[in-house]
Design a protein around this ligand. Structure first.
Ligand SMILES: CC(C)(COP(=O)(O)OP(=O)(O)OC[C@H]1O[C@@H](n2cnc3c(N)ncnc32)[C@H](O)[C@@H]1OP(=O)(O)O)[C@@H](O)C(=O)NCCC(=O)NCCS
Length: 207
């Protein structure tokens, strides 16, 4: 499946011609309702769960904390580069109430209208207006990994950063985190070692 795509979007393509990465075909399962909604993207997971990608809301605090509580310690360590047993209120508020000048974030949520949303994935970026660079972060809860949602969330962050004139996004990834490093390879990020910490790999993508 992806082979076909890679041949059309060869890895060796220079990074300056980044092209948003189409999710793997399998994601197209249930594509019928994949129509963009204002600021959101309707999706269906392999197990038929109706999902949506949308910008984070200031009142997503409790949903973000519930989402965090569903993560395995290993997922948390991969995302935050250290162990974290809970998402304290202040941090959760900080992660939802963004400074629109320098921050953006998108969430993968279920589409249950009736109840409070459940968050299953988050991608965010912190823009450094001095360097026109942005540090990004990404997480998809294990229940929904391997279905292209991580790529879609990262695409939203990359597109939103481009609109704001960001020249490059970067992130530090644990060197053992093959899932994330493979994803970054797919997008054309280049890898660098981090001189002060051999357990990390820095990934950079010129936009
Ligand atoms: C890394 C992560 C975000 C990937 O999310 P995802 O939704 O599974 O990603 P996608 O389905 O879009 O996968 C895209 C590509 O990533 C790579 N990838 C994803 N999961 C992988 C895995 N388990 N092993 C190896 N490569 C993997 C593959 O190259 C994949 O392409 P393919 O599906 O065509 O093979 C997710 O596993 C995660 O949240 N991990 C824990 C937190 C974390 O590591 N965050 C990054 C911190 S820097």
């Amino acid at each position: 499946m992806l082979q076909r795509m890679k041949s059309s979007a060869s890895r060796t393509e220079p990074m300056s011609t980044y092209r948003s990465r189409r999710p793997p075909e399998r994601l197209r399962f249930g594509a019928a309702n994949d129509a963009p909604v204002p600021n959101g993207e309707l999706l269906t997971s392999r197990d038929g769960t109706p999902l949506l990608i949308r910008p984070i809301h200031a009142d997503d605090v409790a949903a973000l904390q519930r989402g965090f509580s569903r993560l395995q310690p290993e997922e948390v360590r991969m995302r935050f580069l250290h162990t974290l047993t809970e998402l304290p209120d202040q941090l959760a508020q900080r992660l939802c109430r963004l400074d629109p000048e320098q921050e953006l974030a998108f969430v993968l949520v279920d589409r249950a209208e009736s109840t409070e949303p459940e968050i299953y994935g988050v991608a965010r970026a912190y823009i450094d207006t001095n360097t026109d660079g942005a540090e990004f972060a990404l997480i998809v809860q294990r229940r929904f990994t391997g279905q292209g949602f991580g790529s879609r969330l990262l695409n939203r962050v990359i597109d939103a950063c481009r609109v704001r004139g960001v020249q490059e996004i970067w992130g530090d990834v644990l060197a053992e985190n093959h899932a994330m490093l493979d994803l970054c390879d797919e997008f054309g990020f280049r890898r660098e070692s981090v001189f002060h910490d051999a357990s990390l790999t820095r990934v950079r993508l010129h936009l």
